[in-house]
Design a binder for this molecule. Structure first.
Ligand SMILES: N[C@@H](CCC(=O)N[C@@H](CS)C(=O)NCC(=O)O)C(=O)O
Length: 206
């Protein structure tokens, strides 16, 4: 059975859990990371020397990096679901995944550490403002792009929606001033109609 290491409060762990739920992949999960067992313990560092969750152990295979794990799971167990075989469609899914992890994730980092995690050292109001306004700006770009997509970003429900759904939920939950983005609101409502979406984009999580 697949072994997932990481706390559910981590957005990156929830990507993996959501994929498992959509594909019916049997798994066990262990609480590692902030507030639980430290990722600096030797047992964890052996699996991921970068000391980050999630880590997935699938038999002899050790996997790190949430988006890479999602692609692996869909390719190995998806039977065509979540991650299309067609190179063009696949590239569209990957573009959203890359945008989330490289751009969106970078924009919210300071604001989330300061306002949600309340981490010491993240207490510069100008930096919070810069991060918040960059984040809102990217979400407005996303809102405009949603005009050209259907209910899901790439036709069928895919990894792109899992990754962007969780990112959207984080933005909606953060204690920041938000502009009204009606397409983003509608998109998130659609994802919450899926059972895994209701669970992982629910009030318990940011
Ligand atoms: N690029 C990595 C980022 C992983 C990451 O930043 N994980 C955070 C939680 S979301 C973490 O391990 N934090 C340390 C901790 O919780 O102890 C991925 O996508 O998997």
């Amino acid at each position: 059975m697949l072994r997932i290491l990481g706390r559910t409060s981590s957005i990156n762990v929830r990507k993996v859990l959501w994929v498992c739920e959509e594909l019916g992949i049997a798994h066990s999960r262990e609480d590692w990371g902030s507030g639980f067992r430290s990722t600096r313990e030797a047992e964890f560092l052996k699996l991921n020397p970068r000391a980050l969750i999630p880590v997935v152990v699938d038999g002899e295979t050790i996997l790190t990096e949430s988006n890479a794990i999602c692609r692996y799971l869909a390719t190995r167990y998806g039977n065509g679901a979540l991650f299309p075989d067609d190179p063009v469609k696949r590239a569209e899914v990957e573009a959203w995944m890359d945008w989330m992890i490289a751009d969106l994730n970078g924009s919210w980092r300071y604001a989330v550490q300061a306002l949600v995690r309340k981490r010491p050292g993240f207490d510069n109001p100008a930096e919070v403002q810069r991060s918040t306004s960059e984040w809102n700006g990217l979400m407005a770009v996303f809102d405009a792009q949603l005009e050209t997509t259907g209910e899901y970003l790439c036709g069928e429900f895919s990894l792109a929606d899992i990754v962007m759904g969780l990112a959207t939920h984080r933005w909606q939950q953060a204690p920041i001033a938000r502009v009204n983005l009606p397409r983003v609101t509608r998109y998130a409502e659609g994802l919450r109609r899926r059972s895994a979406g209701a669970r992982f984009m629910g009030p318990d999580f940011d």
